[in-house]
Design a protein around this ligand. Structure first.
Ligand SMILES: Cc1ncc(C[n+]2csc(CCOP(=O)(O)OP(=O)(O)O)c2C)c(N)n1
Length: 674
């Protein structure tokens, strides 16, 4: 708990100026102590933040995880000290003065940029500019979706974002603004720190957009205010709140580093300590005659009172929450609780058994759609979508309805051709809680989503990326659309599972894994082309759960192990059959998820991989394959970009065939074809 303070009736209430100056002083002191950080933004936006927190923000410092709290996202993450100061001042548990003194130090709750999970009240990991804005679109969407399902008593809050010039210069901002405007996310309010300064100097060096006109063009309600005039800011926020069918932009004209006598208004305050002399001058100028990190009791008391001012609203909400049916209660907190998890497992078993029996040739994107048909009704929090490739990705099922502007009864989002915006919004949907988002595009365009995918992984959120057309197997669209290095690039990222199923049965298993993995995002890589069903013998066990398993065992002692993923597993199976016919004992390992396999114990890994020479097959570059193939192993895959042609021809052209696998296997084993 933050240090307890007794309410003292005799203490005078602090003024707005005192309260804002407390933020400024803590920011400049913490940055000075760390000898690193960004004092300018917190000092400039202290007035706006004070107005927001003291007059509008619905939150309860002692219950920072209140599902119906207003969200406050610091998209300009470099201004982290603004957020840390607010969390400390309002009394969020464990955000102590000591934590502020340990700003930017190892294991503190106050890292250099806000990191989700390091302290309650940090709604998103921010720092890569523009991402927080994209997340906020997802949060505001989540709020409306859940409001539609659970009603005003349970879900009724706003999402506020603090964004700087940098956030608005980033390309992702356009996707976010455009999507929010289209969907009429009226509960989204952006407070733009319009200080006209970035790192290189005045923003006029590089940008001359009229932000007001830009937002207006996307259907936003807009306002322009003096960010140091509390009444003007308050009026603008009140107006923004009442513009319920439009998201709002409030451009707050501020002075960066406000209060620093010589440096305010300049880029010098952006990202460096002000220095002892300048801080002394700032104390004078602001009238803040207190020692570093000292917040006088009346000011702290006033802030703490803000931290608890919504206690009654919280209690009211709790009472309403208790009246909710048990399933609804559970799913708001955990959309995939044990009950849902059990239902998913049962549905996946049935799907697998049906797939095995039917033995129909399907593209894994089609299998995925069939799996979703069964899972959507089981997981009420599942919100699907695609970046304008719905039909190709197979992400929409017959049971889903479309989320429309102002109508949030649906459960499928047409994100438009906004892959980056979709990924950032999905992070926001997941961060909000109550929702499990999945969204599709082509695997090659994972590059367009990558900064947000990385944040899904950094934050450890269950976001499911349905990435179809996962190799040259997509055929005629050619090399611009054919991923070759994307699997390796995604596998290089920590804390993400790249799942590449080989057939319908593995596809069902991979969906179970993606949905069941709470603190890790998943990429589900799926084919455009149809694949034979390989898992003809039904098993209740999810074989993909260990990342790799022996699909075809050699009859005797293994001569060679063929390891493949996704669409290339069937080539390995065909090759193994031929080789076995020639007396070469070939085994096939299907490896749908490297990351899960890497997490298995050595005994299991050794048993699966065996000691025989290995051949790896994947229609992608060999980067990373050495790990599984060992020094003697040989890789069959892509060595450059693809080409435009029917997919069968491409596989032949690039030498990714069963015959090629057989040839290298014979060479490895030293048994030439008779
Ligand atoms: C994607 C991304 N690119 C670059 C940076 C490095 N960076 C951090 S802050 C900043 C300038 C931001 O300017 P502004 O938003 O105006 O912030 P202010 O100077 O007002 O604090 C830059 C380029 C970053 N954090 N993220």
């Amino acid at each position: 708990m933050a240090e307890a303070l007794q309410q003292d009736e005799a203490l005078p209430e602090a003024t707005h100026q005192d309260m804002a100056n407390a933020i400024r002083a803590l920011a400049m002191d913490a940055v000075q102590k760390a000898d690193s950080g960004h004092p300018g933004m917190p000092m400039g936006m202290a007035d706006v933040a004070t107005v927001l927190f003291t007059r509008f923000l619905k939150f309860d410092a002692v219950h920072p995880d209140w599902p119906d709290r207003d969200r406050f996202v610091l998209s300009a993450g470099h201004g982290a000290m603004l957020l840390y100061a607010l969390l400390f001042l309002t009394g969020v548990p464990k955000m102590t003065l000591d934590e502020l003194k340990r700003f930017r130090q190892l294991h503190s709750r106050t890292p250099g940029h806000p990191e989700y999970g390091h302290s309650p009240g940090i709604e998103a990991t921010t720092g890569p500019l523009g991402q927080g804005l994209g997340n906020a679109v997802g949060m505001a969407l989540a709020e409306r979706l859940l409001n539609k399902r659970y009603g005003d008593e349970i879900v009724d809050h706003y999402t506020y974002v603090l964004a700087g010039d940098g956030c608005l210069m980033e390309g992702i901002s356009q996707e976010a603004i455009s999507l929010a405007g289209h969907l009429k996310l009226g509960r989204l309010i952006v407070l733009f720190d319009d200080n006209q300064i970035s790192i290189d100097g005045p923003t006029s060096l590089s940008v001359s957009d009229d932000q007001i006109e830009r937002f207006r063009a996307s259907g936003w309600h807009t306002a322009k205010v003096n960010g140091h005039d509390p009444e003007a800011v308050a009026l603008a926020v009140a107006n923004a709140k009442s513009a319920t069918d439009q998201p709002s932009l409030i451009a707050c004209r501020t002075v960066i580093g406000y209060g620093a006598p010589n440096k305010q208004g300049t880029a010098a305050t952006h990202g460096s300590p002000l220095g002892e002399e300048e801080i002394k001058g700032a104390r004078e100028k602001l009238g803040w005659h207190h020692a570093p990190f000292e917040v006088p009791k009346p000011i702290l008391m006033s802030w703490r009172a803000i931290g608890t001012r919504n206690a009654t609203a919280f209690e009211r909400w709790q009472a309403a929450f208790k009246r909710l049916d048990p399933a609804g209660r559970a799913h708001i907190i955990d959309p995939i609780d044990n009950d849902v998890r059990g239902q998913i497992a049962a549905a996946v078993k049935t799907l697998k058994s049906d797939f095995s029996r039917g033995a129909v040739k399907l593209a894994t994107r089609q299998s995925s759609q069939k799996v979703l048909e069964k899972l959507v009704p089981i997981v009420p929090g599942l919100i699907g979508g695609s970046a304008d490739l719905t039909g190709s990705n197979g992400t929409l099922t017959k049971l889903q309805t479309i989320v429309k502007p102002g109508d949030f009864s649906g459960n499928y989002v047409h994100y438009g051709v906004r892959e980056h915006g979709m990924a950032a919004a999905m992070n926001g949907l997941a961060l909000h809680g109550g929702i499990v988002p999945y969204g599709g595009t082509f695997l090659v365009f994972s590059d367009y989503c990558r900064p947000s995918i990385r944040l899904s992984a950094v934050m450890g959120k269950r976001v499911i990326y349905v990435m179809t057309h996962d190799s040259i197997g997509l055929g005629e669209d050619g090399p611009t659309h054919q991923p070759v290095e994307q699997l390796a690039a995604l596998r290089a990222m920590p804390n993400i599972n790249v799942l590449r199923p080989a057939d319908s049965v593995e596809c069902a298993e991979c969906w179970e894994l993606a949905l069941g993995t709470e603190a890790t995002p998943s990429i589900v890589a799926l084919t455009r082309q149809r694949l034979p069903l390989l898992r003809t013998a039904h098993t209740n066990e999810n074989l993909s759960a260990r990342g790799a398993y022996v699909l075809v065992e050699a009859k005797g002692r293994r001569d060679v192990t063929l390891i493949a993923t996704g669409s290339e597993v069937s080539l390995a199976v065909a090759a193994a059959k031929t080789l076995q016919g020639e007396g070469i004992e070939a085994a096939v390992v299907s490896m749908p998820c490297w990351e899960l396999f890497a997490g298995q114990d050595q005994g299991y890994q050794d048993a699966v991989l065996g000691t025989a020479p290995r051949v790896g097959v994947e229609a992608a570059v060999d980067f990373g394959w050495q790990k599984w193939l060992g020094p003697r192993g040989i890789f069959i895959g892509m060595h450059g970009f693809g080409a435009s042609a029917p997919f069968e021809e491409l596989y032949k052209h690039f030498g990714i065939t069963a015959a090629a696998v057989e040839t290298v296997a014979r060479d490895l084993v030293g048994k030439p074809k008779k």
